[in-house]
Ligand binder design. Structure first.
Ligand code: Z5A
Length: 217
């Protein structure tokens, strides 16, 4: 993370239904209980402009443009999110907890969409300008179980259809899962893998422990 930013930046990554949104909320509650200012946010989205692009991306409106153009739209959303929400919060000294971030682009557009890795790397360097999460928690779950959970949640929300990125076969989602695990292996000082098959309280406890150890809480 840049030196002028005094807050901590934590990202959650992993497959569909791995429990990211649930655990973002749980960790935010824990940190607030310790008197820390916390901004909970998500990608794509997290600022009015980026939420507009979220709609375009997740409904599949942009799919016809191809994966490279989708990667550019995710980058445009991230640029706005960083400028409007993330950087100001970190400058104030708040902690930012973000549900998905740049690793999702590397995995979904790089592996899932076969967009050239160097193109994606150059794009991220331009957008992030040296900003890097202090900690990335990768919630790992077999794709089939994650998709079942996501489908159950959609059902309970009265929303039957999977979105643009959920609709692929299980084998595709397993390749994405492996992509996140490879990132964790390549960047162990930034990333930690969490077993997301455990129950919600156990996952929350492991995350609390990791945050305490890694960020000297
Ligand atoms: N995308 C991309 O392609 N490129 C990018 O750069 C970025 C994103 C940033 C965003 O989807 C999509 O955008 C995403 C990648 C793509 N692909 N998809 N789909 P999203 O934000 O709508 O959804 P998501 O990020 O995939 O997450 P999700 O499906 O909403 O799931 P989740 O947040 O990981 O899980 P959850 O909502 O916390 O939990 C799901 C259900 O399981 C829910 O009913 C919970 O109550 C339950 N749950 C949670 N934890 C547990 C445990 N431990 N046990 C049992 N049940 C649990």
């Amino acid at each position: 993370m840049g030196d002028f930013l005094s807050g901590k930046f934590i990202t959650f990554e992993g497959g569909e239904g791995s429990g990211k949104s649930t655990q973002v909320r749980r960790l935010a509650e824990t940190l607030r209980g310790k008197g820390i200012g916390v901004v909970e946010t998500r990608e794509p989205g997290g600022s009015p402009g980026a939420e507009m692009l979220r709609h375009v991306l997740l409904t599949g409106v942009a799919e016809a443009l191809g994966p490279k153009a989708e990667a550019l739209l995710f980058a445009a959303a991230r640029d706005d999110h960083l400028r409007v929400t993330i950087r100001p919060a970190l400058e104030r000294g708040d902690w930012v907890i973000c549900d998905r971030f740049a690793d999702s682009t590397r995995v979904y557009q790089g592996i899932g969409g076969a967009v050239d890795v160097e193109f994606l790397g150059a794009l991220q360097d331009l957008i992030l300008q040296g900003l890097r999460p202090d900690l990335t928690l990768i919630l790992d779950i077999p794709a089939e179980l994650g998709l079942e959970r996501a489908a159950r949640r959609r059902g309970s929300q009265g929303r039957d259809a999977p979105d643009r990125f959920e609709k692929h076969p299980v084998a595709h989602h397993e390749r994405l899962r492996q992509g996140f695990l490879d990132i964790a292996k390549a960047e162990p000082e930034r990333c930690a893998v969490v077993d997301a098959t455990a129950d919600e309280d156990e996952v929350a406890a492991e995350i609390r422990q990791l945050v305490t150890e890694r960020l000297a809480l």
